[in-house]
Design a protein around this ligand. Structure first.
Ligand code: FE2
Ligand code: FE2
Length: 292
């Protein structure tokens, strides 16, 4: 089904929090593992505007349909971060501007280079850049939505489940745009499909991996996509990605899950479960687009 961009933009609104009882978390707090995942998600949702900065130096800014979508997407992601910050605050944790400012202060040189690297990457990709951007976005939105679903399932907290369901609904609209665009752009040329496949195979990393500490990324992957149910969810994501033209059998998610399981013993990952995450650093510019 064709994505109705005008309707999407006209209906844009901040996340509806009507009836979400944040005080319920004071009476029935979340477990440390869930909170650690939420800190990660909070930080990455709030980082969307920085991803947008990196994208606007690429040819993405020339397409008004893309910039209309990105404007609304960025707005909605900011409110996702805000809502997750309120969950953290209900647990006596810092969320929102002070935490975001600390994260950004810790990003360093690679963050400052990110726009230039994106511009360079787009120049190298040439005509295929738009397809890379849209496919990357689809993969990340699918992954994010699945991550929220897994977290809600794992936490079993009624208020958190309600909140995450509302966020996931908006992520679903992001998926509709990115996946529709990816499908259309990938269908045109075999060369584009080959370039997009190569870019994903060699450069894609989980959402947030470019800005969050590697330990936190591994923890999130293990928590949400470890074990039989988690790996089955990763396989479903791979199957969905594989239905895009030219991307069958890529195995992005199961690859990450299996490498993470092999690299980090569960006990090592669990040690830091109760600790607040340290200031984030930028490992490397994670290529085109990210987000949540
Ligand atoms: Fe999203
Ligand atoms: Fe989001």
């Amino acid at each position: 089904m064709q994505f109705d961009l005008d309707r999407y933009a006209a209906a844009a609104t901040r996340l509806d929090l009507t009836g979400i009882d944040f005080d319920a978390f004071r009476r029935l707090p979340l477990d440390p593992t869930t909170l650690r995942c939420l800190r990660f998600m909070h930080d990455v949702e709030h980082h969307t505007v920085c991803y947008l900065r990196d994208l606007l130096v690429t040819p993405a800014h020339r397409d008004p349909a893309v910039t209309t979508f990105l404007s609304v997407w960025n707005y909605e992601e900011m409110w996702h971060g805000d809502a997750l910050g309120r969950v953290l605050a209900a647990h006596g944790e810092e969320g929102g501007a002070p935490r975001v400012a600390r994260l950004r202060r810790g990003l360093g040189l690679r963050d400052r280079l990110a726009p230039a690297l994106h511009a360079l990457g787009a120049a190298v990709a040439g005509d295929a850049f738009g397809a890379i951007h849209m496919t990357w976005g689809a993969v990340n939105e699918w992954t994010t939505q699945a991550g929220y679903a897994r977290l809600a399932e794992r936490a079993g907290h009624p208020v958190l489940s309600d909140l995450l369901r509302r966020i996931m609904r908006q992520e679903g609209r992001h998926i509709a745009f990115y996946a529709g665009q990816a499908e259309r752009r990938l269908a045109v040329r075999r060369r584009t499909r080959r370039i997009v496949r190569g870019a994903l195979a060699h450069l894609w990393r989980p959402v947030g991996a470019g800005v969050m500490p590697a330990d936190e990324v591994r923890f999130l992957v293990r928590t949400l996509f470890g074990g039989p149910e988690g790996r089955a969810a990763a396989q479903r994501l791979d199957d969905r990605i594989g239905r895009l033209p030219g991307l069958a059998g890529l195995g992005l998610l199961t690859g990450v899950v299996d490498r993470t399981a092999a690299a980090v013993p569960p006990s090592a990952s669990a040690r830091a479960a109760a600790a607040p995450s340290p200031p984030a650093r930028c490992d490397v510019v994670s290529a085109v687009r990210p987000a949540a």
